[in-house]
Design a protein around this ligand. Structure first.
Ligand code: M6R
Length: 612
């Protein structure tokens, strides 16, 4: 959560900082700020509560903010409410040092109290301010900024990615990282730091992903990275192949809509390199060829929508491999003492590759001797780097907070992985295997077909956007898909919504169904369609209004009974949610649009959740 950008160059820093912050706003958007050092060594700061537009106005009005080196931050509040004072950058009492920080300093109170006893006055309620006050304290003591930085890093506990400016060193910024993403970008007579690569795409594709406990000193002409003992390190540079256009709206009203529309292409990019001569190939797995040899249990661990992909994976992979597969919420998994060991495979799914709970689950799994395979979208991210095997989804940058194309690419990849394992172990018949391959090949085109019915989704959404509680019901894969449909609706439209296994309704929840209650009933999973249709009748008998998500085959049968229908083409049953998800995403989108919600930046949320 929160975004960091830093610039050291020969030109004015503020336009790069504001532009970078705009691209990072999806990381947090309750306040924003920048600090620059002028060539004369004056530190200037502008920051404010609210969206970036407010900061832009402030900076435009204050002509004194000028300098070639600077840092910027967009915040998702953890410690201290979103206001002007708690916004970053924070500046020490002596006004010499400024800091932007992502993460949480766990022992901040202890440090704060000891500094207060020494006479330091704090301005904000943040944990971050202790970093800058402590830096100034040690800087005064040692008279060397790097000595001060290393001393501070040895005292703070927790997670951090930070950018530091010191007015006595007007040509440089310092970066430090532990358990929060931070990368360095290399430009022409300019160098950068950023929490996400999207902030840098307009300036450079050459980056170094900083590792934990590293510190970097960055000027316009040089970058020097040090380890925790202050030894100079060799920098491994990577080329990022994401296109800047992929991180821009390109004529769409919202990133979310653009990303929904990009799904056929993203899915194709994820599938194509892994299909060769009618076979699924997973070259990434060649690193550990006997991976599945003794595996008796699989855990799929993730958060939010990625967890919902895990639920799909649970149903599909358990059925294919005949071993227990559990989908686990990462935040629960890490504290539930899971039975792990060499015979368990842990699959971690994460778009950002930086979600703290998923990262912690990964480390727990490795600590207990399990192999970890991850499905990740962001190259070089922490989860990707710490996994034994990484399968990348090729969704490109996803900017909208509500995930869509990352979700669908994760899902198709996980299903392919299950089928690959089944084939490898001789657990799937050739004919069935070929049906899956054919369906995979056909999938992007079918997705495009589903995306053509925008009018239907829009029309239905405009009829129901005023409901204040909506239920999603389904069985098996439809249940797993309903979880995601419900989350999409909740997060962007703020309508209360629940997703239930349809067969479970009668065990309690059906008491909530009354005349006019809206139920989105999913009945696309071929083996259980009949049973799902009975559940539709059940809720209708209690007065519910129903929108049915069905395949085109079923649509004709139930048209008389259910007037509102999202119909999708049929595919192989294990791939059916890949088509069913599109109407649900668009339903949520248009409901939110009708309600005037801020679709790309829903309240209280941030794209990447790097705190516990
Ligand atoms: O980056 P990750 O895939 O690890 O993120 C996991 C969740 O935070 C994420 O899927 C979240 O639920 C989305 N906002 C859902 O749209």
């Amino acid at each position: 959560m929160c975004g960091i950008i830093g610039f050291a160059g020969k030109t004015d820093a503020k336009s790069v900082l504001l532009d970078g912050l705009e691209r990072l706003e999806y990381r947090g958007y309750d306040s924003a700020g920048i600090a620059v050092v002028s060539s004369k060594g004056e530190l200037q700061v502008e920051k404010s509560k609210g969206r970036l537009a407010v900061l832009r106005e402030l900076v435009a009005a204050d002509k004194s903010v000028s300098g070639n080196v600077g840092i910027g931050h967009t915040r998702w509040a953890t410690h201290g409410e979103p206001n002007d004072v708690n916004a970053h950058p924070h500046v020490g009492e002596a006004g010499k040092i400024a800091v932007v920080h992502n993460g949480i300093i766990e022992n901040y109170l202890e440090i704060k109290n000891s500094l207060i006893r020494k006479g330091v006055t704090f301005q904000s309620d943040t944990d971050t301010e202790v970093i800058v006050q402590l830096l100034e304290y040690y800087y005064k003591k040692y008279d060397d900024i790097m000595d001060a930085v290393y001393k501070v890093l040895s005292r703070i506990k927790g997670a951090y990615a930070m950018g530091i400016l010191c007015s006595d060193y007007p040509e440089q910024m310092i970066a430090a990282r532990k358990d929060a993403p931070l990368l360095i970008g290399y430009g022409d007579e300019s160098n950068y730091i950023a929490s996400d690569v999207t902030a840098l795409l307009a300036y450079t594709r050459m980056v170094t992903y900083m590792e934990d406990d590293e510190v970097a000193v960055i000027t316009a002409k040089s970058v020097q990275i040090y380890d925790s003992d202050r030894n100079i390190l060799n920098m491994e540079q990577h080329t990022v192949d994401w296109d800047i256009a992929a991180a821009e709206k390109g004529g769409y009203t919202h990133f979310m809509l653009k990303e929904i529309m990009e799904q056929p292409e993203a899915v194709k990019k994820t599938i194509s390199p892994r299909l060769e001569n009618g076979q699924i190939v997973m070259e990434e797995l060649s690193k550990v060829p006997d991976l599945m040899q003794n595996i008796t249990r699989i855990y799929i661990v993730a958060c939010g929508s990625a967890y919902h992909v895990g639920m799909i994976g649970k149903y599909v992979i358990e059925k294919l491999l005949h071993i227990p597969v559990e989908a686990c919420l990462a935040s629960e998994f890490r504290y539930s003492e899971p039975v792990l060991g060499e015979k368990s495979l842990v699959i971690v799914i994460s778009q950002s590759g930086e979600t703290l709970d998923s990262m912690a689950a990964l480390r727990e799994a490795k600590r207990k001797g399990s192999k970890v395979l991850s499905i990740v979208n962001v190259m070089g991210s922490s989860i990707a780097r710490e996994s034994d095997i990484v399968l990348y989804t090729w969704a490109g940058p996803e900017i909208a907070v509500a995930t869509t194309k990352a979700y669908s690419t994760q899902m198709v990849l996980l299903i392919m992985l299950g089928v690959y394992f089944a084939k490898q172990q001789g657990l799937i018949e050739e004919q069935e295997y070929q049906k899956v391959i054919d369906s995979l090949l056909e999938l992007p085109e079918q997705m495009t077909e589903v995306l053509k019915n925008l009018d239907t989704y829009q029309k239905i959404a405009s009829r129901y956007f005023n409901h204040n509680s909506i239920f999603f019901i389904g069985r098996n894969l439809d249940y797993a898909l309903g979880l995601e449909g419900s989350l999409k609706l909740k997060e962007i439209s703020y309508i209360h919504s629940e997703s239930y296994a349809a067969g479970e309704l009668k065990h309690g929840t059906i008491s909530l169904i009354e005349p006019g209650t809206l139920v989105v009933a999913l009945a696309t999973y071929a083996p259980l369609v009949e049973k799902s249709l009975s559940n539709i009748v059940e809720v209708q008998s209690r007065g519910a209004e129903v929108i049915a998500l069905v395949t085109q085959e079923t649509a004709a049968t139930i048209k008389e009974r259910v007037p509102e229908i999202f119909a999708v083409p049929q595919t192989h049953p294990i791939l059916q949610p890949m088509l069913g998800m599109i109407p649900l995403q668009l339903f949520a989108y248009y409901v939110a649009l009708n309600r005037g919600c801020d679709i790309d930046k829903p309240r209280n949320l941030a794209k990447s959740v790097t705190v516990e």
